[in-house]
Design a protein around this ligand. Structure first.
Ligand SMILES: C[S@@+](CC[C@H](N)C(=O)[O-])C[C@H]1O[C@@H](n2cnc3c(N)ncnc32)[C@H](O)[C@@H]1O
Length: 387
């Protein structure tokens, strides 16, 4: 069970005594092996503040994977889970540079901190007192940020761009129903109709059903799809209704939109197979991506691409052989090639890669990748070199 912080905890942690205690607790290992002993030590020194101190130090350590410069921040466990990763928040902030922005569900301020260096004025509001108090601490270095308690469904700013990030319900039920979000997405969109608005949503949102009049941008970070952001028409690039943005902590970001060409030839499979980034697939821009990089599709309904070259920085699979998907001849071929560690990728076929791997029993020494997919009606397997 996560610790439930109070306003009083935040006041203590933000004061001189709390800061000194946090520095002290920050020296402890707090691993699962040492936790009981460490907790006992913190209790002896700081009494009933121990739980808030230990939880804060543990959350700060977890936050480093997601948030930049948050080593001195205050969080709740839920707020950290919900916080937008810094790389994604910075990307959104760069699109809003020069505008005054109001984050109407600001929580502990992960978006605000990315907006502050780019925007002349930044407002943050939320209904949760504890999170607002934490945001005040987390944003204390920024003079252009103002915080207030306010309901996102009762607008309290004018002439600002509004950004929102409605939360999943607190009861933990996973639902993609936009009306179940807090605040509910349909109410939020009604409230700010006609305003410049950017709403962060789960990437699983059925945005085709939403008939959004602006741009939907699907963002991935380091290969994992993080969000779909709805940009109102005034903030969208002209002619763009879908965009995929691929962010990486190791390489330059890139983006592709449906305003780019999507004409590709129908051709036999080439020398390579390419599995496009999830953001491209989720945004429905597989053909656009193929056209941009001289690739084509294995099948018009399947997101795998093929070609004779691989776009720079992309993990492609060099095709060694192609067979109809039948397990017995496939197993024999794997044995003949001394196939060992086997990566299995599937699309468009009802196959569990782990179960297939255990049936194929690859005992050889050479790593290979199997791409199992459907071409027309036929299940087909491409035996590839593992990149
Ligand atoms: C997913 S979190 C936002 C996270 C934030 N974007 C970040 O990166 O840290 C959603 C926030 O909306 C707040 N909230 C829910 N309903 C609200 C409402 N009607 N008005 C204002 N805030 C609301 C919750 O308290 C929560 O802090």
């Amino acid at each position: 069970m996560a610790y439930r912080f109070t306003r009083d905890d935040v006041g203590y942690l933000d004061g001189a005594t709390g800061r000194a205690a946090l520095a002290e607790v920050g020296e402890l290992a707090l691993t699962s092996a040492s936790l009981l002993k460490d907790l006992e030590q913190v209790r002896r020194a700081h009494g009933d503040r121990a739980a808030a101190l230990v939880e804060t130090v543990r959350l700060r350590r977890r936050a480093t994977a997601k948030l930049a410069d948050a080593g001195e921040w205050l969080f709740t466990d839920d707020a950290l889970q919900q916080a937008t990763p810094s790389a994604v928040a910075r990307h959104r902030a760069a699109r809003l540079a020069g505008r005054a922005v109001h984050d109407v569900t600001c929580s502990i301020g992960a978006e605000l901190t990315a907006l502050a260096p780019h925007c002349p004025a930044v407002l943050g509001s939320d209904l949760d007192d504890v999170r607002l108090a934490m945001a005040a601490r987390n944003l204390s270095g920024h003079r252009n940020v103002l915080l207030a308690k306010a309901d996102a469904l009762r607008p309290c700013s004018v002439d600002t761009v509004v950004i929102a990030d409605p939360a999943r319900r607190a009861d933990g039920r996973r639902t993609h129903d936009p009306a179940e979000l807090q605040p509910p997405l349909p109410d939020l969109l009604d409230t700010y109709r006609g305003r410049d608005l950017a709403v962060k949503c789960a990437p699983g949102l059925d945005f085709d059903r939403l008939e959004w009049p602006g741009e939907v941008e699907v963002v991935s970070l380091d290969g994992s799809v993080r969000e779909a952001c709805l940009w109102s028409p005034g903030l969208a690039e002209s002619g763009v209704t879908r965009r995929a943005t691929v962010l990486s902590s190791k390489a330059a970001a890139w983006t592709i939109t449906d305003a780019e060409p999507d004409d590709i030839d129908e051709r036999a499979p080439g020398r390579w197979i390419v599995d496009p980034d999830g953001a491209v697939v989720r945004a429905g821009l597989v053909r656009h991506y193929a056209a941009k990089h001289g690739l084509w599709q294995l099948d018009p309904r399947i997101a795998y691409l093929t070609g004779d070259t691989v776009p720079e920085g992309v993990r492609g699979f060099r095709v060694l052989d192609r067979m109809d998907f039948r397990e017995k001849p496939l197993r024999a071929e794997l044995r003949r090639r001394d196939c060992g560690p086997l990566e299995i990728l599937t699309r468009g076929v009802d196959i569990d890669p782990d179960a297939l791997r255990s049936r194929l029993k690859p005992r050889g020494s050479r790593p290979h990748t199997l791409v199992v997919t459907r071409i027309g009606r036929a299940a087909t397997v491409f035996l590839c070199a593992t990149p």
